[in-house]
Ligand binder design. Structure first.
Ligand code: DGY
Length: 436
């Protein structure tokens, strides 16, 4: 394991670009929001200054309304599509003047990442000083979400694009594509020059992705207009669980900092937290399936599919003990067969399951990492242990890939790693799992 840990460190150091990390060479050559946060957790174990710099750079790209973009285009390169000239973040009046970016966001991991840096740190006083220097920006990001992304004031925030979910190509979005009929755009894909097309979304799926962005751009990325007009408007259980988890981390960190000037912020966070937790449990839980699902706010219905996002609420301590037990039973029944690695990204018993394709079935290290901590938190120690062992084993079998086949038989020849190679968050969270 020591060698593998050294390899993980090498992956992170190679993907480090002076003040931020790329998820991997070629396929993802810029800084991505949730990647960046999870990468910082890995660095925290062996190079805290890089962990801090990673977060500082991410927050430096924050817009003046508190928004943090999903991609920050630090460099010019034509190896990625769609790039800055397509996204045109400058259309929004409050976008960053310093950095070009996208006009969409990603799961807001930064709050809980700061708490993880504190957990991991060997010099907590120094780390707390760093946290103090950035925490208000993260608070401002949460304020943005609750003020701009919750049009009915429910305590739940919407995403307007599948790329905001992080689970970009999930079969859940098929239900939304069925309600749309975008034009056929002419463009040149770059991802499929780096990765086998069988592991990536189809051309027709990209038409949908681009169409939603075109609508947002026509409205200068105005949140109210997007809420009114976007064909994709979803309350996502993973996204909202991450936001609630981060709320709690901010509350805990402000308390540790202990400056009474922060009391109003703690009070506000607690209000968001109480309301959000209630709404999450009332609206996103499906009694029939026994898990949490996505709510399609545009078409006003639950999207009744079980994915790894359905279990993410465990990470944020949202379900009751009884619900958690039921969820874990379902996880083991559908995803936990001994010939499968935990945890497929989509229900292996569904006919939409595809164990090779981007978010349509493969195992992802970031979700496994969240589920591991979630299971442990609820006292499911044996299943948590398997989640951790499976994660280590798929990396040991194949290397630090972006995603992995969930079927054990595919791992015999070490060819079951897919998507990007030497992928940063796989390395970062591997280091965390080994050392927690
Ligand atoms: C991609 O290009 O597929 C990215 O994941 C978008 O975030």
């Amino acid at each position: 394991m020591k060698d593998l840990q050294n390899n993980a460190i090498t992956v992170l150091n190679n993907n480090w670009k002076d003040k931020f990390s790329i998820p991997c060479a070629k396929l993802y050559p810029f800084q991505w929001f949730w990647d960046s946060g999870l990468i910082a957790i890995g660095f925290a174990h062996f190079d805290m200054p890089k962990a801090e710099k990673e977060i500082e750079t991410l927050l430096d790209a924050q817009w003046s309304n508190g928004f943090i973009p999903h991609i920050i285009f630090h460099t010019e390169t034509d190896t990625y599509f769609p790039g800055p000239d397509f996204h045109r973040s400058d259309l929004h009046p409050q976008s960053s003047e310093k950095y070009k970016s996208t006009g969409m966001t990603q799961p807001p991991v930064t709050g809980f990442v700061l708490e993880d840096l504190y957990r991991i740190s060997k010099d907590r006083d120094a780390t707390l000083k760093f946290i103090e220097s950035v925490i208000d920006k993260v608070y401002k990001n949460h304020e943005y979400f609750y003020n701009q992304r919750d049009p009915q004031d429910e305590g739940l925030v919407y995403i307007y694009h599948n790329w905001e979910s992080g689970t970009d190509n999930s079969p859940i979005w098929d239900d939304i594509w069925d309600t749309m009929n975008p034009p056929e755009y002419t463009f040149e894909r770059r991802d499929t020059t780096h990765v086998d097309a069988a592991q990536r979304p189809s051309k027709r799926e990209y038409d949908h992705y681009l169409h939603i962005i075109e609508i947002a751009k026509q409205n200068n990325y105005n949140d109210q207009k997007i809420a009114e007009l976007s064909p994709f408007l979803v309350q996502d259980p993973l996204f909202n669980a991450v936001l609630l988890k981060s709320n709690q981390s901010l509350i805990d960190l402000y308390r540790i900092i202990g400056n009474k000037n922060n009391n109003d912020k703690i009070h506000q966070l607690q209000k968001w937290q109480d309301k959000g937790t209630k709404a999450f449990n009332n609206k996103l839980y499906d009694e029939e399936l026994g898990v949490y699902v996505h709510y399609d706010l545009r078409n006003e219905k639950l999207l009744k599919h079980i994915s790894s996002s359905s279990f993410a609420p465990l990470f944020a301590n949202l379900p009751s003990e009884a619900r958690a037990k039921k969820m874990v039973d379902i996880m083991m029944e559908k995803f936990g067969n001994p010939d499968q690695y935990l945890c497929a990204s989509f229900d292996p018993t569904s006919d939409r399951f595809n164990p090779k394709k981007y978010w349509r079935g493969p195992v992802w290290v970031n979700l496994n990492w969240m589920l591991y901590y979630g299971l442990k938190q609820y006292g499911f120690y044996d299943i948590a242990k398997r989640m951790k062992q499976d994660t280590i084993e798929i990396i040991d079998n194949n290397g630090f890939y972006e995603y992995f086949d969930s079927r054990k038989q595919e791992h015999k020849n070490g060819n079951a790693g897919y998507g990007g190679h030497n992928f940063s968050w796989s390395a970062a969270l591997f280091i965390d799992l080994l050392n927690e």
